[in-house]
Design a protein around this ligand. Structure first.
Ligand code: COA
Length: 265
């Protein structure tokens, strides 16, 4: 199926594993293409409720864009490369189904940006994050200059991006880049537990939560901005929930003191 990804669907959780471990899962042209296709699967496959993005091998989530493809690119080709990454990472951020990053070890450059495009992140205790592009005479090109300040604040984002420094899991947690730090062998199990909890909720409500909170955060460039649009969107989305069977089921189940069974309608 895919040459650079492994995928697995069980219990409604779709796991996408970036699989170029000999190159620390660096994102080359094929991998970016296939990542886009795997994200499309998340959107269209009705059996997928939630998704995990992680990296193969013991050493990396994703160590960045594949630097070996950079030499010889023109200004126009560089911009097109960035635009393609933006399109796919935006699709991750705006996915109506939760996509969570399980960061095992290095998440550098495009790897850190990929993790940041996900709805939230867990990492292993040995994880390392960074935007080292300035070491290559570059800047982050897959949304990092926008998503990093949203997550950790402008001054810290500027420092991290200008020094190209790596931070460890504890610092990433302190800065709010990751929600949880767990032992490496517990990373996937912990992520799955969280996603099982989310997978039991009403899917339309989950999709609307993502949409509204993305509007607050700026939405990765395509979603809006200041939060003002988000207030309006929330009112619409709240109203739309009243037109769903799941809202009636959820409220009835509460009143009848039973567990809700959501249909996604
Ligand atoms: N692009 C292309 N290849 C990469 C890569 C990347 N971003 N990151 C790692 N690799 C390759 C290495 O070239 C090496 O390949 P080789 O065995 O054919 O020589 C292999 O992955 C293993 O990496 P190596 O550097 O030997 O591992 P290490 O443990 O010594 O160092 C890192 C790990 C992550 C510190 C180091 O690989 C690194 O700095 N990578 C680049 C990170 C970066 O700048 N990312 C932003 C890109 S815009």
């Amino acid at each position: 199926m895919y040459s650079t990804l492994l995928t697995n669907l069980s219990e409604g959780i779709f796991t996408i594993t970036v699989n170029r471990p000999d190159k620390l899962n660096a994102i080359n042209h094929t991998l970016m293409q296939e990542l886009g296709e795997a994200v499309d699967e998340v959107y269209v496959n009705k059996d997928i409720k939630t998704a995990i993005l992680t990296g193969a091998g013991p050493k990396a989530f994703v160590a960045g864009a594949d630097i070996s493809e950079f030499l010889g690119l023109t200004r126009e080709q560089g911009q097109a490369l960035s635009a393609k990454g933006h399109r796919i990472f935006d699709r991750i951020e705006h996915s109506p189904k939760p996509i969570v990053a399980a960061v095992n070890w290095f998440a550098l450059g495009g790897g850190c940006e990929l993790a940041m495009a996900c709805h939230f992140r867990l990492c292993s205790s040995n994880a390392r994050f960074g935007q080292p592009e300035v070491n290559l005479g570059l800047i982050p090109g897959y949304g990092g200059t926008q998503r990093l300040p949203q997550l950790i604040g402008k001054a810290r984002a500027l420092e991290l991006t200008m020094t190209g420094a790596m931070i460890d899991a504890r610092e990433a947690h302190r800065l709010g880049l990751v929600n949880y730090v767990v032992e490496p062998e517990e990373l996937i199990a912990t992520t799955r537990e969280l996603l099982k909890t989310i997978g039991e909720k009403a899917p339309i409500a989950i999709a609307r939560v993502i949409e509204c909170i993305n509007a607050f955060a700026g939405g990765g460039g395509s979603g809006g901005g200041s939060g003002v649009r988000g207030f309006t969107l929330e009112q619409q989305a709240f109203g739309e929930c009243f037109a769903t069977e799941d809202m009636r089921e959820g409220a009835s189940a509460f009143l009848e003191k039973r567990k809700a069974q959501f249909s996604g309608k």
